[in-house]
Design a protein around this ligand. Structure first.
Ligand code: G6P
Length: 463
């Protein structure tokens, strides 16, 4: 019999380890990666003496398992050919675009499938090596969809959970995938499959009924003599940590100097994204240009700052979108800029956590307008910093977060005029309405943080 949820050891299986190698004083050293997922799961794994199986992010044979800040880490190695075919290829040029509404053409290459299966087998074997009787395996995301069934074969008595961080597409799109049945059967090896939204869970259920032998309705399916539960667990952020950072006097000082840097009386519209074609940055820039056209003389009073965090730079579609964004920024600044005012400021880098929070604090309006997004944590982070109840969030209805953050100004990012109007309304919104909306948004992120998310998932895995 398995132990209770608060005692079982947990083996997390994710494409990336929660650490990365950085240059330190004594050569390369491991550093904990930023982000809510790591800060939520690391304490659980640590406290329960569990392990984390993942790729260190570089090419070559993996280092031996090691302990970092009390966390037992089991690296899985990828050779260059596998980085090309498993990571950049099948994961990020087939599954990623397909699962994000095919906003870019998904590439189907037969020679990428075999490496995807081989790497999934390697992850499953690495997890099986550390799993002991009574442990729980928690597998994450689209890179590892075959791991649940592979683990089921290797460790039949293990309780297995899977959480999909990105959307699961409508069956009409999923049906294009030549390996759709294998992917579904891979996932159905889990006892619990979690999704970000009810729509994603429903899309999965329909696909599973159509293309596998799974049967059942609602949240319970029967597959190969087992019960598989399908449910929704909207991921969140470490609200307390972000709020605490925002409340520090030095953060307020930094935010003030960011505002001063814009010039007197200027309003700041902010965008923060990984540089990814799903984030709708081109559409957002076009909407901002439309806003400038409408404001005419008032164009001098508003600045749009886009922070674009480098991501998957070797995947051709990412290279292409970067070029297009930078051309668009140049076009807007060339057309609308003056010697005194640059309407779009653009940073292609990631910011240290302290600076990021200060930027959230400085922003009058935050625009989060992905074309499709599993959840979008930036929108929740912005809300968590606004302790005094000001600031307006403009949010795409195609982000999973829109299901919870219903008091944001919701937009269809494909509607350029509509997004420009939303930005204009956000800038002109009466203070009472700003406070009413932000108050409601803050209650959402205070109620559902990433710790509750992890507890709910694990609780459901044991129920
Ligand atoms: C998304 C995915 C994660 C992934 C992250 C960064 O949030 O859901 O699984 O780790 O992007 O992408 P990368 O390719 O750098 O791991």
């Amino acid at each position: 019999m398995n132990p209770s949820p608060d005692r079982a050891r947990i083996v997390v299986v994710a494409n990336r380890l929660p650490v990365a190698q950085v240059a330190g004083k004594a050569g390369k050293e491991w550093k904990t990666s930023p982000g809510g997922l790591v800060s939520a799961l690391a304490p659980i794994v640590r406290e329960r003496d569990g392990s984390w199986v993942g790729w260190p992010g570089t090419e070559g044979p993996p280092p031996p398992s090691f302990v970092h800040e009390g966390l037992f880490l089991c690296p899985v190695g990828l050779c260059q050919e596998e980085i090309d075919s498993f990571y950049q290829g099948f994961s990020n040029s087939t599954l990623w675009p397909l699962y994000h509404d095919a906003v870019r053409w998904p590439e189907f290459h037969r020679h990428w499938w075999k490496p995807y299966t081989l790497v999934n087998e390697r992850f499953a074997r690495a997890a099986a090596e550390v799993l002991q009787p009574g442990d729980v395996a928690w597998v994450h995301d689209y890179h590892l969809q075959l791991v649940p069934s592979l683990l089921r074969t290797l460790c039949p008595d293990t309780r297995i959970g899977f959480f999909m961080h990105i959307p699961f597409p409508p069956v009409e799109l999923f049906a294009q995938l030549p390996w759709r049945r294998s992917i579904l059967e891979g996932l159905l090896g889990a006892d619990l499959i979690g999704f970000q939204t009810k729509n994603c869970a429903r899309n999965f259920e329909i696909a599973a009924r159509r293309f596998s032998s799974a049967r059942g309705t609602g949240s319970l399916m029967d597959f190969e003599g087992r019960r598989v539960r399908i449910d929704t667990f909207p991921i969140s952020i470490d609200t307390a940590q972000i709020s605490a950072q925002a409340a520090k006097p030095e953060t307020a000082r930094l935010a003030e100097s960011i505002k001063q840097g814009l010039g007197p009386e200027r309003r700041l519209i902010l965008g923060v994204d990984r540089l990814d074609y799903t984030k709708g940055i081109i559409h957002r820039l076009r909407a901002f240009e439309t806003l400038l056209e409408r404001l005419e003389d008032g164009a001098q009073t508003v600045t749009f700052l886009q922070i674009a965090v480098p991501s998957r730079e070797l995947v051709p579609q990412y290279l292409d979108i970067r070029t297009r964004i930078e051309q668009q920024v140049g076009h807007i600044n060339g057309t609308w800029g003056t010697a005194e005012h640059v309407p779009v400021r653009y940073l292609y880098r990631s910011l240290p956590f302290e600076e990021l929070v200060a930027h959230y604090l400085a922003a009058d309006v935050m625009v989060v307008t992905p074309l499709r997004d599993g959840m979008n944590l930036v929108s929740k982070e912005y809300v968590a910093t606004r302790a005094n109840g000001d600031g307006v969030l403009v949010l795409s209805e195609f982000a999973g977060a829109a299901n919870e953050l219903t008091e944001a100004v919701l937009v269809n990012p494909h509607d350029i005029d509509g997004t420009a109007t939303a930005m204009q309304e956000a800038l002109a919104m009466p203070p009472e309405e700003v406070h009413r909306r932000m108050g409601a948004l803050r209650r959402v992120v205070e109620r559902n943080d990433v710790h509750l998310w992890a507890d709910s998932f694990l609780g459901a895995l044991f129920s």
